[in-house]
Write a protein that binds this ligand. Sequence first.
Ligand code: HEC
Ligand code: HEC
Ligand code: HEC
Ligand code: HEC
Ligand code: HEC
Ligand code: HEC
Ligand code: HEC
Ligand code: HEC
Ligand code: HEC
Ligand code: HEC
Length: 315
Amino acid sequence: MNLQLPGRIAIVLSLGVFFSPYIEAQSADDTTSDIEYSRKGADTCIACHDDADTLAIFQTKHALPSDPLGPFGHGQLQCEACHGPGGDHSPRVRRGEERPPIISFGPDDVTSVSERNEMCLNCHNDGIGFSWNHGPHDVDEIACADCHVSHAPRDAVMQTSTQPEVCFGCHQLQRSETLKAFSHPFFEGNMDCNGCHSSHGDTVATTLARQTVNETCYECHAEKRGPFLWEHAPVSEDCGLCHSPHGSNHPGMLTRRAPLLCQSCHSQAGHPSIAYQDDGLASGTSSQFLLGQACLNCHSQSHGSNHPSGSKLLR
Ligand code: HEC
Ligand code: HEC
Ligand code: HEC
Ligand code: HEC
Ligand code: HEC
Ligand code: HEC
Ligand code: HEC
Ligand code: HEC
Ligand code: HEC
Ligand code: HEC
């Protein structure tokens, strides 16, 4: 199917901005549908859809007429680059007759998620496609438009301060974790989910931003990488053995408090008898040494030590 769009279309925006891209022949051979594109591009649509919400698209990067690759660039399909051909949706309909639908990206959209996503991937495949396809969000049929808003000057998911709310819309468990007493500074707008996750998916489990949990953490907590003269084995293995990355009710975002944290791996039995009480440390919190910082009273270097005699993480 080849169609010739007529010469010059001019769009006068309510903002008072005037621009007049030339629309030329647009090959639409790759469309499987027989529906044609509307004759006057965006002008056709705006004749009916001139509310402020819809027109907000003109405040976004997508509307730049100077970007040849954008929907409003020279020779592009404008609104229909995303919404698909609107040739049968646009004409007047008789009273009582139903207007043929068009891809709306809304909750009532009759098209499949993959069809909708394909509209975006037509242009974004190079940047997004590789990691997106078969990633967890793709597999669970999440739409690009579930996270991204196109008709708004600001896309909430692209801003650190507003991104977590978008994700919490579906990830309630993570919301409740981040609301615990100790968490990363999500609500001060200093941290977003993207700090650790790549939202488009990738080959790493739980779509982390780096190859492993630890590599992800080192991005910002480089000092924990070491190398240490005396390593603490679990630290270089997985920060998640002791920390809950989304938040926890224990100071330092620990999965549990010392001594329980330490005792989940270390037996009391072997602890040196110099532990200053008849029953050593075995009596749990009855030992004065296990109050307050507990094991950390003495083993203060939980992440490893660079002190020549720090092999027991005491200094
Ligand atoms: C003659 C008027 C008219 C024209 C021209 C027109 N539409 Fe529509 N459009 C409507 C009506 C009426 C609805 C139904 C609104 C409703 O159900 O709330 C609609 C619905 C939509 C929806 C779904 C909105 C929703 O909330 O689900 C989208 C998206 C849309 N149109 C886009 C377009 C695009 C893109 C064009 C240009 C190719 C276009 N329309 C041209 C009248 C028009
Ligand atoms: C006709 C091609 C085309 C289509 C279709 C298209 N985009 Fe884009 N998109 C672009 C171009 C070009 C840019 C600007 C890239 C840049 O400036 O780096 C862009 C930018 C973006 C950005 C970044 C905006 C920013 O502020 O940095 C997002 C997010 C985006 N598109 C999402 C989408 C989604 C979601 C869809 C489908 C609903 C879509 N795009 C459809 C071409 C397209
Ligand atoms: C789970 C939410 C989510 C989904 C679903 C999603 N995105 Fe994104 N997208 C994001 C986030 C978060 C960013 C910001 C990335 C950053 O800040 O580096 C982003 C950034 C972008 C950008 C800007 C360029 C870039 O890579 O940083 C484009 C373009 C884009 N997305 C397109 C898409 C397309 C196309 C789809 C559907 C195939 C899609 N997105 C699905 C969350 C999502
Ligand atoms: C970059 C892709 C893209 C372009 C270009 C685009 N839209 Fe949309 N449109 C969307 C998405 C995605 C939604 C779903 C809501 C959102 O993301 O804002 C949508 C929603 C709508 C709706 C539903 C009601 C609403 O405002 O939320 C209408 C009507 C609409 N678009 C009309 C248009 C018209 C008219 C144009 C051209 C002037 C246009 N769109 C250009 C992607 C696009
Ligand atoms: C400090 C890094 C970090 C930040 C920031 C972060 N996450 Fe995570 N997230 C992780 C790690 C690490 C895992 C893997 C946990 C595991 O495998 O035990 C994970 C796992 C997940 C999972 C999968 C859980 C499961 O049980 O499979 C979801 C969903 C998730 N995160 C959502 C989010 C959301 C939403 C945000 C933003 C509010 C966010 N994350 C911010 C590090 C982070
Ligand atoms: C429209 C709903 C929706 C939104 C919005 C959403 N997700 Fe998801 N996400 C899902 C579903 C469904 C899954 C797959 C099932 C699961 O693991 O919970 C998933 C899975 C994940 C996983 C786990 C991947 C794995 O391998 O276990 C992470 C991490 C994640 N999402 C992060 C995010 C982040 C970050 C955002 C915001 C930028 C976000 N999601 C927005 C629905 C959503
Ligand atoms: C994008 C940067 C970034 C990444 C990646 C990151 N963090 Fe953080 N982390 C921060 C910031 C910012 C703070 C707050 C520092 C402050 O308040 O002084 C913080 C604080 C912490 C704290 C101290 C919390 C407290 O209550 O004192 C712990 C523990 C922590 N992060 C663990 C991790 C772990 C584990 C990972 C990897 C899963 C990780 N971080 C990945 C930025 C990051
Ligand atoms: C064996 C348990 C354990 C492991 C594994 C662990 N931590 Fe910790 N971490 C702690 C304890 C206990 C504290 C609180 C006391 C302290 O400050 O040492 C802490 C505190 C922190 C703090 C806040 C105070 C500070 O020292 O900056 C950050 C940040 C941190 N850890 C990051 C990490 C990172 C990143 C990893 C993975 C490389 C990691 N932790 C692995 C036990 C652990
Ligand atoms: C996930 C399991 C795990 C947790 C939790 C853990 N450790 Fe360890 N720790 C180890 C392993 C494994 C070693 C290395 C043992 C070895 O080399 O024989 C080690 C080594 C040590 C050593 C040096 C022992 C030696 O013989 O040189 C000390 C001291 C130590 N841990 C204290 C602590 C303290 C204090 C905590 C709580 C903050 C803690 N550990 C939490 C697994 C853990
Ligand atoms: C009062 C100080 C103190 C407290 C509290 C303490 N330790 Fe120790 N711990 C030591 C000293 C001193 C050594 C080293 C003895 C040596 O070099 O032979 C040691 C050694 C260890 C070792 C190495 C054992 C070995 O056989 O070499 C482990 C593991 C350990 N402590 C774990 C813990 C755990 C877990 C806790 C909390 C339940 C804890 N410690 C609380 C002082 C303490």
